[in-house]
Write a protein that binds this ligand. Structure first.
Ligand code: NAP
Length: 288
């Protein structure tokens, strides 16, 4: 058996095409979804991410604005800029690219963004709303993972989902979203004992560790769905995941590739959150 690919790039493209139409309709009603992306410093990887985000906005008709600030920008100045966009009606989403320089507190910045414009879904209010099943901005990578699984009509209810990784931006929230979909969820992390015994029980295995080819075929139950969140750069410069793809595809029923898997979904869900924010701010119904 060779696993079927869950092609994130194709699912993302289809979603973006649907979003184009949705944004067109909003524009006809005089509503132009707007996203402000703020970057402090000139880390090349971060710059490339934020440019990708504003380019994607353009593709679907969202007004994407990039605010580039110098590395020595003070926390006070950044807070002032966030407050300005919190009160700007043309701005429906605010994203501050992480990591920030050491002299700026990420917690203070995340908490300064209005929860109604927190399209990254990192504000504690949105995390709390997500956990209690209320309307919330869902964090983009976990949101994208759930959407990929649904796009392939893979059933979630009653399934055992094992997540390796418990970061605040991927591991923890992705488990919570699967729980919200009525899965039974187990988390593994660096202190987990007998990890393979646990992962081999997974119907859906999500891997968000940040270690190249951490998961081989001995972690996977035959027929399981494998979602590889990892992005690692090989010596030849190419990207690869946390899962040993060649091994895993021999055992799994479905698998996400790296690249063209989870990555393209993340930006797409950021666009989705910005559109939802524009709708919600005008009391228009909009669901995930
Ligand atoms: P992170 O904050 O570094 O968290 C890594 C997690 O893996 C931690 O919870 C850690 O456990 C766990 N871990 C580390 N070594 C382990 C081991 N030997 N056994 C079991 N668990 C172990 O990373 P992250 O932000 O969640 O990102 C994970 C990966 O996803 C990275 O490769 C990142 O680049 C990628 N990523 C991709 C996207 C995308 O759009 N595709 C988005 C975000 C991140 P402890 O908590 O015990 O330390």
């Amino acid at each position: 058996m060779v696993a079927e690919l869950i092609k994130g790039n194709e699912i993302a493209e289809a979603k973006r095409n649907a979003m184009k139409e949705e944004v067109n309709k909003l524009r006809n009603e005089g509503i132009i979804p707007g996203l402000v992306v703020i970057i402090v410093g000139n880390n090349p990887a971060s710059l490339s991410y934020v440019r990708g985000k504003t380019k994607a906005c353009k593709q679907v008709g969202i007004n994407g604005k990039l605010v580039e600030l110098s590395e020595d920008t003070s926390e006070e100045k950044l807070l002032e800029i966030i407050t300005q966009y919190n009160h700007d009606d043309a701005c429906h989403g605010i994203l501050v690219q992480l990591p920030l320089p050491e002299h700026i507190s990420e917690t203070a910045i995340i908490e300064a963004i209005s929860p109604e414009k927190d399209v990254d879904g990192f504000h504690p209010i949105n995390i709390g709303r997500m956990m209690t099943g209320q309307r919330a901005f869902l964090p983009c990578t976990p949101y994208g993972i759930i959407e990929m699984v649904k796009a392939k009509d893979i059933s979630i209810e009653g399934k055992h989902v094992v997540v390796i990784g418990r970061s605040n931006i991927v591991g923890k929230p992705v488990g919570q979203l699967f729980l919200n979909e009525n899965a039974t969820v187990t988390y593994c992390h660096s202190r987990t004992a007998n990890m393979k015994e646990i992962t081999k029980q997974a119907d859906i295995l999500v891997v968000a560790v940040g270690k190249m080819h951490f998961v081989g075929k001995d972690f996977i139950k035959p027929g399981a769905v494998v979602i590889d969140v990892g992005i690692n750069r090989k010596d030849d410069g190419k990207l690869t995941g946390d899962v040993d793809f060649e091994e895993a595809e021999q055992v799994a029923s479905y698998i996400t590739p790296v690249p063209k898997g989870v990555g393209p979904m993340t930006i797409t869900m950021l666009l989705q959150n910005t559109i939802l924010s524009a709708k919600w701010s005008h009391q228009i119904e909009g669901v995930h």
